[in-house]
Ligand binder design. Structure first.
Ligand code: MEV
Length: 311
């Protein structure tokens, strides 16, 4: 018995953090992936040769709880995605692991079930979450999350009183450069930080709603090909994210540098370090500036390939 699966990372174009509170968001799957291989183990459950432990393997442990497999397993994971860099490595690990586990438990696997499982895994580990990262990693292409049901609806994900409608979107014909600050920044503490601000402060609630308005405008300008306007809205989204307290001096430094050759730039993912993203038609120039300013540039492509089984 051996199952293999892989799932892509993602970049968020608009709407991170606000999406946790029901506002819309838009993300793209990228051509860097996490891989998982699961086979039976004769002794205990291991991850990459080590006994599974809450401290190091919280997402994988939660995947096992979710699917409810009691057998001892040998779990091997590998990732092309840097962890804590805003590129969705934990979602990709969860989606590829759940793909393997569901295949082992039931053989029949649907995207909707994996997306729902993976969202619940992130929610448990992070203490709060939206389905944007996990649905993008499961489905691939571009994903629009919104409160209303729109064209190309895929599935609905709900938690407590909240409902998110997940929609397929085609990959937009635009170029991006990612800049990793190298500041490791796991998602959970940032989601918790914004939650504290949001729950205590009406001003934070207004910022979250303003981000929602930017996402709606940004996605319609992206569809109509008004790239300059998309870039301006990315800048505006960044301004609001920094008011929410999730930017970082190193992010600001890379964003400032990249803007000289870009339509717009903002942090992507949870922030607090991690990565920024620039929309540009001069990717090499932007990559050079990012490198000069101490970041690690990635010129990534979007991918239609979500969760996939086999090699
Ligand atoms: C992290 O990639 C995106 C956040 O909005 C968290 C989430 O949606 O679960 C910060």
């Amino acid at each position: 018995m051996k199952v293999k699966a892989s799932a892509p990372g993602k970049i968020i174009l608009f709407g991170e953090h606000a999406v946790v509170y029901g506002e819309p968001a838009l993300a793209l799957a990228v051509n860097k992936r996490s891989f998982c291989e699961i086979s039976s183990s004769s002794s205990e459950t291991t991850v990459n040769g080590y006994p599974i432990q809450e401290e190091y393997h919280s997402y994988i442990l939660e995947c096992l709880n979710r699917v409810g497999i009691d057998d001892d397993l040998k779990i091997e994971t590998e990732s092309e995605l840097p962890s804590g860099a805003g590129m969705g490595s934990s979602a990709a690990i969860s989606v590829s692991t759940l793909g393997c586990l569901r295949k082992l438990a039931e053989n029949e696997v649907t995207e909707e079930q994996i997306a729902e499982d993976a969202f619940n895994v992130e929610f448990e580990v992070q203490g709060n979450a939206s389905p944007i990262d996990t649905s993008t990693s499961t489905h691939g292409s571009a994903i629009m999350v919104s409160e209303e049901k729109e064209e190309d609806f895929l599935w609905e994900i709900g938690k407590k009183e909240k409902r998110w409608n997940i929609h397929h979107r085609p990959i937009p014909d635009v170029k991006f450069v990612i800049g990793d600050t190298g500041v490791h920044s796991p998602t959970a503490p940032l989601v918790k930080k914004v939650k504290r601000f949001y729950e205590k402060n009406n001003f934070a609630k207004e910022i979250v709603e303003d981000i929602g308005r930017i996402v709606r405008k940004g996605s319609s300008h992206l569809e109509s090909g008004d790239i300059e306007r998309v870039g301006e809205l990315m800048d505006e989204n960044q301004r609001l994210l920094s008011i929410l307290g999730v930017s970082h001096p190193k992010l600001e430094r890379l964003i400032k540098g990249a803007r000289k050759y870009s339509y717009g730039a903002k942090l992507t993912g949870a922030g607090g370090g991690g990565s920024m993203i620039a929309l540009t038609d001069q990717p090499e120039k932007v990559a050079e500036v990012i490198e000069r300013r101490g970041g690690k540039p990635y010129i990534l492509n979007s991918t239609e390939m979500g969760l996939s089984f086999g090699e």
